[in-house]
Design a protein around this ligand. Structure first.
Ligand SMILES: Cc1cc2nc3c(=O)[nH]c(=O)nc-3n(C[C@H](O)[C@H](O)[C@H](O)COP(=O)(O)O)c2cc1C
Length: 338
């Protein structure tokens, strides 16, 4: 009998597939279908920091006075004024989702500064969230902003939320942090229980005819998994933090690779938008089939087996891989030329 159970953020999950934050979870029917299909937990769609601010009286006053600092950020967040998830709607949805399923439901906050998050994090906890995920998307566009100041801002935010709630907190990280092991260690000290590797950014595209810069959203492909595997494999075993891989998980093979890199869970969003929610069930069937064939009995047997600390040769994770890859390519080119 194959045991797919795993622990993530101190929660006992019945499998390794978690639905990551996506509007698909805005419907309770979908949440039920995710559980039926085999999702082990669900991260609800995010409530945006801008939404919290937008709802605050202070912001209304600022906007009516014409203060532009916040209004600017609203320009690239179209329809936030009409955004479906007001705070109350969000909390009500969280309560209904919790009541509808047995699997853990995690609330998600998306922003960059402390703002009203601490209070709202508490309210999510009171509404029944089993854990919280913080998506801290901050972009340095100002010359005066340093990497260190961005990290400090993140750590302050994480610490204040972790102190405010009892439920475990995971931090969904950007791929662009330079010294990820150091930052992860500091997140652990700030109280985080897990890291989600990684947040996926949506760069705007340029329309050269109309000279407009437009938001774009493309679903992921499995090729996006590689940097996640790389960093999960580097972090695994060095920190007291659980790792979730998010980005490019589409198949059983992707889930297996994530676990072997050291992740506790693999998260899915794009694959469910592309193939439907029932895709989770198909991936789990493939996963069991593969494990049976290879005589693996549990997730624990595989976890971290291809991590940096488990493999005899660590060079593929380090600079050696870079050099080897480039030099083998030029060699192949030379051979082809003859
Ligand atoms: C349509 C859509 C909406 C998303 N909304 C959110 C969100 O509200 N908060 C968040 O943290 N991530 C959000 N994400 C990112 C996903 O949770 C996930 O991290 C990312 O898509 C990478 O995983 P994937 O390759 O499985 O899609 C969204 C993704 C998609 C496709």
């Amino acid at each position: 009998m194959i045991d797919l159970s795993t622990q993530y953020l101190g929660l006992s999950l019945n499998g390794p597939i978690v639905v990551s934050s996506t509007p698909l979870s805005e419907s309770v029917d979908n949440v039920c279908r995710m559980e039926e299909s085999g999702a082990a937990a669900i991260v609800l769609t995010s409530l945006f920091e801008e939404q919290l601010a937008l709802e605050s009286k202070a912001l209304d006053e600022d906007l009516s006075r014409g203060t532009e600092s916040f209004a600017e950020s609203l320009d690239y967040l179209p329809d936030l004024r009409d955004y479906r998830m007001t705070q109350e709607v969000y909390l009500d949805h969280l309560r209904r989702a919790k009541a509808a399923v047995k699997i853990p439901i995690m609330g998600s906050l998306n922003g960059a500064t402390t703002g009203g998050w601490v209070r709202f994090a508490r309210e999510m906890e009171q509404a029944g969230a089993d854990a919280l995920e913080l998506n801290t998307y901050a972009l340095a566009t100002d010359r005066g902003q340093t990497s260190a100041s961005l990290e400090t801002q993140l750590l302050t935010l994480v610490e204040s939320i972790c102190q405010a709630v009892k439920v475990p907190v995971a931090v969904k990280l950007s791929q662009s942090f330079t010294a990820l092991p150091n930052l992860s260690g500091q997140l652990e000290e700030a109280g985080a229980r897990g890291v989600v590797l990684f947040n996926r950014f949506y760069q705007p595209d340029f329309d050269i005819e109309t000279l407009e810069v437009r938001p774009t959203l493309h679903f992921s492909t499995p090729s996006e998994l590689l940097p996640r595997l790389h960093w999960a494999a580097i972090l695994y075993g060095h920190l007291n933090l659980d790792i979730a891989v998010s980005g490019g998980v589409h198949s059983a093979e992707d889930v297996l690779k994530s676990i072997m890199a050291g992740a506790s869970v693999a998260m899915m969003a794009s694959a469910l938008h592309i193939h439907g929610i029932d895709h989770i069930g198909r991936v789990l069937t493939d996963l069991r089939y593969w494990m049976e064939k290879r005589e693996y009995a549990s997730m624990g047997e595989m976890r971290g087996s291809l991590s940096r600390r488990s493999v005899p040769d660590t060079s593929p994770f380090d600079r050696g891989n870079y050099i080897k890859t480039l030099s083998s390519y030029s060699l192949r080119q030379t051979v082809a030329a003859f």
